[in-house]
Ligand binder design. Structure first.
Ligand SMILES: CC(C)(COP(=O)(O)OP(=O)(O)OC[C@H]1O[C@@H](n2cnc3c(N)ncnc32)[C@H](O)[C@@H]1OP(=O)(O)O)[C@@H](O)C(=O)NCCC(=O)NCCS
Length: 189
């Protein structure tokens, strides 16, 4: 278990599947996280189990909990590049009432610190799209910089949008936020 100021991060468990199934088929969540809506087919429960519990791909997913241990989102990484020690991060707060309350910033600081300190990555990348200003602002607060734009690389509800590419390096992140610590309780924070 990783602990931030507001959130906790733990492995995904079977009891999370119903909630993840709801979020995966939610219009607004899909719109902001990928711009993909409507989905050509809705996800089935088996696909969600496969994606989150069987983890067939090189993708690492974790559950994000609030102060009362309620599941509010997921966070994870993919595209591990071993020689470059780089990785691509993703985050979704599925409980919409938690948007804009600082949980995403706290989760990102906690999780990126974990990636740099515990996994020994050198660089964390991510991408979003130009209209997701809340996500861009959140990533900037954590220390990510805009490194480029792919012009009109996304097509969302009939309009082309730029993909926004962002990244943060280990040294600059640790200078801002410090390393992962083991608390007196024995927990990582
Ligand atoms: C993106 C996401 C992870 C951010 O987490 P969050 O908890 O909502 O964000 P925080 O509350 O920590 O910070 C939001 C920041 O964005 C700012 N913001 C919100 N809406 C904004 C807008 N339209 N324009 C500019 N800034 C905006 C807030 O003011 C805040 O910045 P501040 O602290 O300087 O005031 C979360 O909203 C989410 O999961 N959204 C749905 C899915 C998604 O977009 N995923 C990311 C895909 S790349």
């Amino acid at each position: 278990m990783l602990e931030g100021k507001k959130i906790k991060i733990r492995p995904i468990e079977e009891e999370d599947i119903d909630t993840l199934y709801q979020w995966s088929n939610d219009e607004e969540i899909n719109y902001w996280s990928s711009g993909a809506w409507p989905l050509n087919t809705l996800y089935t429960r088996d696909q969600i189990i496969d994606k989150y519990l069987e983890n067939p791909s090189d993708t690492y997913r974790y559950a994000m909990l609030n102060e009362n241990d309620l599941l509010i989102g997921t966070i994870g990484f993919k595209e591990v590049n071993i020689p470059c020690r780089s990785v691509t991060l993703f985050i979704v707060i599925g409980e919409k009432s938690y948007w804009g309350l600082g949980y995403g910033t706290d989760a990102l600081i906690t999780f990126v610190r974990f990636l740099f300190t515990q996994w020994n990555f050198h660089r964390v990348s991510l991408d979003t799209w130009d209209e997701n200003l809340r996500a861009i602002r959140t990533y900037e607060k954590v220390g990510f910089k805009i490194e480029g734009r792919q012009r009109e690389a996304r097509f969302i509800l009939g309009n082309y949008h730029d993909a926004v590419l962002m990244g943060v390096l280990r040294d600059e992140f640790l200078a801002l936020h410090g390393k992962l610590q083991v608390a007196k309780s024995g927990r990582l924070e």
